[in-house]
Design a protein around this ligand. Structure first.
Ligand SMILES: *Cc1c(COP(=O)(O)O)cnc(C)c1O
Length: 406
């Protein structure tokens, strides 16, 4: 991979017409270590957030020993770069053949579920393999309620009384049992974890079986940009969330059992930025070489405002407008699909024009993992960049991709 000091250096040297992902391994290592230092338990990186081999490898080097996986593709991706890492199969609803693969081929011994039929599926493989159930740990996924950019509680999780039954059923079979929840992604309210812990405590007391662990899932918010014309959104910082979580864990009496967290976004968001090129400026519209079917779908659906830096093409001599004036531009994506228009503008210097580049920061989570090959466009060019995005000079604009109306 080619290495550059900044994304600007990469853009001006490569003059790329395709989107370029700028990977910052030092930032990834630092953010992973910061999480591991702050969380009082095991850190299991959620592979779906960004499962690129370069990411998994860097995390393994940084000391991440456990990975949260959900599919055969993820089992293989982790095994390929971190052969000794432990995998937690935390998708509550699994194909029978995938359970067999996990247990037989990958030696996975920790799984989650939220329904009794899933217990039967796992038991079928355990019997076929003649395994002692006590060698497996089953985490019962508990439904939670909270405020996150993405709410997953509607899709997965057993209601508290049902979770009690599942814990008792698994315990009777002889499995080790734990409790887990996942509050959704990019939480906005620091009380979210406390509500889930209170619910876990209720379930534990009713179930009255020995618990082998508690897994608090992901959801830890990453820092993004914000629209400077509006009030800064009140998203709690990592320090605040973590000290609250540590206090709540003690208060609800979970501090003495093995703890696991499954962070994704907060670990990998800052580790990548993306250089896109303006293929055409048409009035107040910018047609760029990426879009919602490639790197920008999460920021689009998640109403996330990303910081953006203008990289003017020095080869363009004539420019119109005042570079100090920041204006709104409607952004059209690369595909021929009429849906591929970002519903909120990018704010950039008025002088932006055909051939210029834009560096979009903090795009490491749910961007390249959600790329499609739609219309034949598939961004897959990577460079390594040394300096963190924040240190690459002033951020002139921001990519406000919110779908919400004002
Ligand atoms: C997606 C997911 C995560 C990671 O969530 P982030 O918000 O990216 O931290 C963790 N656990 C489970 C079960 C998930 O589905």
């Amino acid at each position: 991979m080619q290495k550059f000091e900044t994304a600007r250096d990469a853009a001006l040297s490569l003059r790329p017409d395709v989107p370029v992902y700028c990977f910052r391994p030092d930032v990834l290592r630092a953010d992973a270590r910061a999480f591991m230092d702050a969380f009082p338990g095991e850190t299991a990186y959620a592979v779906k957030t960004n499962g690129e081999p370069m990411v998994l490898e860097t995390l393994a080097q940084a000391g991440v020993k456990v990975f949260d996986v959900a599919s055969p593709g993820e089992f293989a991706a982790v095994r390929a770069v971190a052969p000794n890492a432990e995998m937690l199969y935390m998708h509550p609803i699994k194909a029978q053949s995938d359970i067999r693969l996990a247990l037989e081929t990958y030696g996975i011994r920790t799984l989650s579920l939220d329904h009794e039929d899933e217990v039967a599926k796992i038991l079928r493989i355990v019997r076929a393999m003649d395994l002692d159930p006590a060698t497996l740990t089953i985490f019962v996924r508990l439904q939670t309620k909270g405020h996150a950019m993405y709410e997953l509680s509607k899709k997965f999780g057993a209601a508290p009384a049902h979770a009690v039954e599942l814990l008792q059923r698994c315990h009777r079979i002889g499995f080790k049992v734990g409790l887990c929840f996942h509050v959704g992604s990019q939480i906005e309210d620091p009380d979210t974890y406390e509500r889930a812990l209170a619910s876990a405590d209720w379930v534990r007391n009713r179930a009255d079986v020995p618990l082998a662990g508690l897994d608090v899932g992901g959801g830890f918010p990453a820092e993004y940009g914000h629209d400077p014309r509006r009030k800064k959104p009140d998203i709690p910082g990592m320090d605040e969330i973590m000290s609250r979580l540590r206090a709540d864990i003690s208060e609800w009496g979970f501090a003495d059992m093995p703890l696991v967290a499954e962070p994704g976004r907060v670990v990998v968001a800052r580790a990548f930025s993306l250089i896109v090129r303006v293929l055409l400026r048409k009035g107040r519209r910018l047609y760029i070489n990426d879009g919602i079917w490639a790197s920008l779908s999460d920021s689009w659906t998640g109403k996330i405002t990303l910081p953006a830096r203008f990289i003017p093409d020095p080869a363009r001599v004539a420019r119109k407008g005042d570079p100090k004036v920041i204006s709104a531009f409607r952004v059209c994506g690369a595909t021929c699909d009429s849906v591929d228009i970002l519903s909120r503008p990018f704010w950039l210097p008025e002088t932006v024009d055909t051939g210029d580049w834009i560096e979009i920061g903090h795009i490491g989570a749910y961007s390249l993992s959600l790329r499609t090959r739609f219309n034949g466009f598939y961004p897959d060019t990577f460079v390594e960049v040394a300096r963190p995005f924040e240190e690459g000079g002033a951020v002139e604009g921001f990519a406000s991709l919110e779908t919400m109306a004002d």
